[in-house]
Design a protein around this ligand. Structure first.
Ligand SMILES: [Mg+2]
Length: 403
């Protein structure tokens, strides 16, 4: 197999409603879609969502990163199978101009681009072999201890910052839909978190729904205990990223007496971050997200590392993921054991264009089946892709002439 064409699309997708949390509010998403074509005719797709407040990337910086990295040349060597395709994607070097950038030092700058490129090549390679993308979990030796094959998975619900009335309506919908887990965004200016959680708990009783919170870096190490104290009576099972990344080291001291397990998200974007978190004891759980963490394989490595260190992990998602990342997340969730909380597949509820022919949105109770077709197991709706494309470029590797 050999790459014959690589195409990148900057897409802008409107959301069905405004999504607000402590560090951002958005009504649309600027995302990167990558299409890769092999000489055997197989086509693969990938997606990445650059977020400046997570990995320091914007769609513009990702765009120049891609154009300047000569990817078609880097990926031009032939490969025989999915195992070799995994190796090939891990060798990709992105040309980062500013190496003083703290995200570069942490090894996460360009992760959304890495994710989009990686998924497209793995999708094409898995399609060529007639196996689902989840096979990657079986092929990665590091993931041996966390492998598990599931025929269906169960997603969590989420409540972002909204008015008391809208919160109650959302909580009722979550209850009627039969979800077993729900994440609530806290720390947003002008929102009384205790009041919101009381309202939510009245509708989603503790025996019915596991409730956790995400502060998106809104608090500080100095005020964390006082911010958390009024929320603890509502039976919270984890607190995600309470403080800004710059203060994350301070969590090591607080962790033991908060009474609620801590999860890292903005501070957990790379293997460097993960090793630091384990060594300094700053968390109990990792929030692994495919785009944030640089793709399927690096996310597997992070989950495996958490397992090895005796920590838990969730598979999270980013607001605005299309069916491509929903499918990739499904393959991950259906092949990895002990995922504490599972987020994603909000497609029909969140994005105006899901870009896939198949609707991957979870059904009642948050349930969704494993995808068993080759590769990602989805088909791209190319007219939908055209509707949302802002710009695109294409690279073809130079075919070396025999000498
Ligand atoms: Mg988060």
């Amino acid at each position: 197999m050999r790459l014959t064409r690589l195409t990148a699309y900057h897409v802008r997708i409107p959301l069905k409603h405004k999504v607000r949390h402590a560090s951002h509010a958005r009504e649309e998403t600027d995302s990167l879609i990558v299409r890769c074509e092999l000489d055997n005719g197989a086509i693969g797709w990938g997606e990445g969502l650059p977020r400046p407040y997570v990995t320091g990337e914007t769609i513009d910086s990702v765009w120049s990163l891609l154009s300047e990295s000569d990817l078609a040349r880097q990926l031009s060597e032939p490969f025989d199978n999915l195992t070799q395709a995994i190796k090939r994607t891990e060798q990709v070097q992105l040309k980062v101009a500013d190496d003083k950038n703290s995200f570069v030092e942490r090894g996460c700058f360009g992760n959304s681009a890495r994710c989009a490129i990686e998924l497209s090549l793995l999708d094409a390679a898995a399609r060529s072999e007639g196996v689902p993308l989840s096979r990657v979990t079986e092929l990665l030796p590091e993931a041996f201890a966390i492998r598990e094959s599931k025929s269906q998975v169960r997603y969590s619900a989420a409540i972002t910052a909204m008015s008391p009335w809208a919160t109650a309506v959302r909580a009722w919908k979550i209850r009627l839909y039969g979800f077993h887990q729900c994440k609530v965004k806290v720390g947003v200016a002008d929102v009384d978190d205790a009041d919101q959680l009381r309202r939510i708990r009245k509708i989603l009783s503790a025996s019915r729904v596991d409730l956790r919170i995400d502060a998106n870096e809104a608090w500080t190490c100095a005020n964390l205990e006082s911010k958390l104290a009024p929320l603890r009576p509502f039976g919270i099972t984890s607190l995600e990223q309470p403080v800004p990344h710059q203060q994350v080291a301070g969590l090591a001291k607080l962790r033991g007496h908060l009474g609620v397990p801590l999860m890292l998200d903005e501070s957990l974007c790379s293997l460097t971050d993960a090793h630091r978190a384990i060594e300094s004891g700053t968390c109990d759980l990792f929030n692994v997200r495919l785009s944030k963490c640089g793709g399927f394989v690096s996310s597997l490595r992070l989950a495996a590392l958490a397992h090895q260190a005796g920590l838990g992990y969730q598979l999270g998602c980013q607001v605005g993921e299309t069916g491509i990342l929903s499918a990739a997340g499904r393959h991950f969730a259906c092949s990895v054991a002990n995922i504490r909380y599972l987020e994603g597949s909000y497609d029909r509820h969140l994005v105006r264009e899901r870009l896939t022919v198949q609707d991957l949105t979870f059904v009642r109770r948050g349930l969704a089946p494993a995808l068993v077709g080759p590769g990602l197991g989805i088909d791209i709706d190319e007219s939908a892709l055209q509707r949302v494309t802002v710009r695109h470029w294409e690279q073809q590797p130079t075919v070396r002439q025999p000498t």
